[in-house]
Write a protein that binds this ligand. Sequence first.
Ligand code: GDP
Length: 367
Amino acid sequence: MSEQYICIGCGVKIQTENKDEIGYAPKSSLEKEDIVCQRCFRLKHYNEVQDVNLTDDDFLKILNELGKRDALIVKIVDIFDFNGSWLPGLHRFVGNNPILLIGNKVDLLPASVKPNKLIHWMKQESKELGLKPKEVFLVSAAKGYFVKEVTEAIEEYREGKDVYVVGCTNVGKSTFINRILKEVTGEGDVITTSHFPGTTLDMIEIPLSDGKSLVDTPGIINHHQMAHYVDKRDLKIITPKKEIKPKVYQLNEGQTLFFGGLARFDYISGGRRSFVCHFSNELEIHRTKLEKADDLYERHVGEMLTPPRQEQLDTFPPLVKHEFTIKEGKTDVVFSGLGWITVNEPGAKIAAYVPKGVHAMLRKSLI
Ligand code: GDP
């Protein structure tokens, strides 16, 4: 493409190479007078927002932009991967703008997780991470649970201002906005995009009834997300589709569990006890002896211990060991983006292994 084209909807530079990247439009559209990117096209004609992903640099630009606006910020995280889907640094940029924190995918949690406890935990955790949301909500964008309540809260807290929806990729931001749109505009209404003054950050503006806008910002790629290390075809294995069924393992000291080939849990010492595993129902768990675990992994990763796939092994990061002693009862050992193991009694010495770059941590149990 020698000439530079700009989308009349959001101002992004048009490219015709990659459908999943920002600014994509099919080649044929370049012949038209008013060119719109695929994302704006979908919004205009189908009333639907579409994912696009951003690099870290672009993310910083967006954060800077948010700080300059007088707006309500709606931040979405995936409650199944709270820390992995957190957007670090947001609090340093938002200035005095109010924030609502939305934990999406509540439909996946086992029934034993109490929503109020989780909300309380999210508030605590946000505070520690430097963010002070006005309110915290749990929703299921996919099922529509609590979307009405959140829509009302957005209306209340925005006080006539614009609304910016931010979140990293895969938290369900598009699903959420599409739900809100139905709530606000009614199913059949066609909305239009309009040019966003002074920026080409491809945020798209969805007009609200009072002349203000709901702004969809691109999804940010968070490199700590487990999802980046898994083949696209295997995402359905690690991403739960239904309520998680906890699986209880009675382990002796010196036993190991493998979660596919993506994570490993060593029970080092603390006497025979039970461990409650919360992972996607589709992810296979293998039990073995700790002394045999290294060898088993080496021989079987990519086949019995999968994902990852055989053909990914060259690029798949090594598993890194994180050792912990469980000091309090009811502690979760979290494998970011994959799941967690609840340990009921204190005193166990354990090790959690995750691909290099992904977080493993302890937290007070959600149950
Ligand atoms: P985005 O990248 O943040 O815009 O995320 P999407 O809206 O594309 O959703 C990412 C994935 O999460 C998709 O597979 C959705 O089906 C799924 N998803 C979104 N919302 C929910 C939800 O409330 N519950 C469940 N179980 N899955 C969801």
